[in-house]
Design a binder for this molecule. Structure first.
Ligand code: SAH
Length: 366
């Protein structure tokens, strides 16, 4: 039965443990039925910590002078990609701050090289880039793009994500359409517990996951970073509103479970931010409540701590071997197999099949 916006909000407000168990079980069942038991591993490579934005939530924001800035060389990216391929991964994710110094032609060459050398799928998460750049990266062979809309509450988004000089508002939303049109598998998502975010807003976020028919949905708790304006805000300001969303484990799991219910075929990771707020059980809980993807970190150890989008990020002191091992141990404990292959989006396959059927039907009608 289709979840209405009111149902989504009711679940977000639910506190009864027995009822919540129903939600977890339902999400777990839908996950099993639509995307199976196997969990896809994606190798996350954080290729640059430079950023020329000033987002109020993110530790990589340009004005933060405490961050070490680095940009991986083409050779370093290739090596990290090969390491993921050798360990049997089907996908690498190249993520970065909005780095104006990123050479898009050179990155395109790296992408083309990885595609020539291996069967790896490539996901990009480079923030807001121009349409020309996105098209060039797609033509070079990139398959998927992750760009979280962070919150669907437009004025909250505008507050926490100041525009660059001469930039038009609403660009991120428009870019999601552009990415879809360019043929990328589309990933988006939100942070949970942003100061000023209400449960109604979160219900709308989930509704938007459905409306976009997202291929990938990444959600995680907002983690306050004292080096950022949002992190430096006194706690009392955030807590004074009873409707304020809490960036806790249960709320995060509710959003993962609801995302699974509204987008049964999406690839949904159990995120590092969830592991950060509960190092023992966080990632496992996500996988038991709707998620089917993990993104172990393949960033070279020497750069990891510099990619500090928030403090105490899980895995930031680990080696590649340790990140890979801890994901596999988690899956072994859960009795879930590691998936093989690229793990393309079943939602995209279905959209293609449906649109070709619709086309066929309209030809026949003519
Ligand atoms: N520059 C890229 C990649 C950013 S990092 C972009 O803007 O898309 C990926 C995600 O980390 C962001 O989309 C955001 O949702 C999340 N993130 C950033 N700061 C965070 C914080 N303080 N707490 C939790 N998640 C955060």
């Amino acid at each position: 039965m289709k979840l209405t916006l009111a149902d989504i909000l009711n679940w977000l407000c639910e506190t009864d443990a027995r009822r919540l168990r129903e939600l977890w079980e339902r999400a777990d069942r839908v996950r099993r039925e639509h995307v199976g038991n196997a969990v896809h591993l994606r190798g996350l490579i954080e290729i640059s910590s430079f950023c020329d934005r000033s987002c109020l939530y993110c530790g990589l924001r340009m004005p933060n002078r405490e961050v070490l800035r680095y940009r991986m060389s083409a050779e370093e990216i290739l090596q990290a990609a090969r390491a993921a391929g050798e360990r049997g991964y089907g996908t690498i994710v190249l993520q970065a701050g909005e780095d104006p110094g990123l050479d898009i032609d050179a990155l395109g060459q790296v992408i083309a090289r990885v595609k020539r050398e291996s069967a790896l799928a490539i996901t990009l998460s480079l923030g807001e880039r121009s349409e020309e750049e996105l098209r060039a990266l797609k033509n070079a062979g990139a398959d998927r793009y992750l760009l979280r809309f962070e919150t669907s509450h437009a004025s909250l988004f505008d507050q926490i994500h100041p525009l660059k000089p001469a930039e038009p508002p609403g660009q991120r939303w428009a870019l999601l359409s552009c990415l879809r049109e360019l043929g990328f598998e589309l990933g988006s998502g939100v942070m949970i517990g942003l100061p000023g975010q209400r449960l109604e807003d979160l219900a709308w976020d989930v509704e938007w996951f459905r409306r976009w028919d997202l291929d990938m949905i990444g959600v995680g708790p907002f983690i306050a970073d004292p080096q950022t304006p949002l992190g430096a805000m006194p706690l009392s300001n955030r807590a004074e509103n009873a409707l304020q969303v809490q960036g806790d484990e249960v709320t995060t799991c509710k959003v993962i479970a609801l995302a699974r219910l509204v987008c049964p075929r999406a690839n949904i990771p159990s995120t590092t931010a969830l592991a950060t707020i509960n190092p023992e059980r966080g990632q496992r809980l996500g996988l038991e409540r709707g998620a089917n993807v993990m993104m172990p970190n393949f960033t070279p150890a020497k750069y990891r701590r510099a990619y500090a989008i928030y403090p105490q990020k899980a895995g930031s002191r680990c080696t590649v071997e340790e990140s890979d091992r801890s994901a596999r141990d988690c899956l072994a404990a859960l009795g879930r197999p590691v998936a093989s292959g690229r793990g393309d989006s079943p939602a995209m396959e279905r959209r293609r099949a449906t649109s070709s059927r619709t086309l066929e039907a309209s030809y026949r009608a003519e």
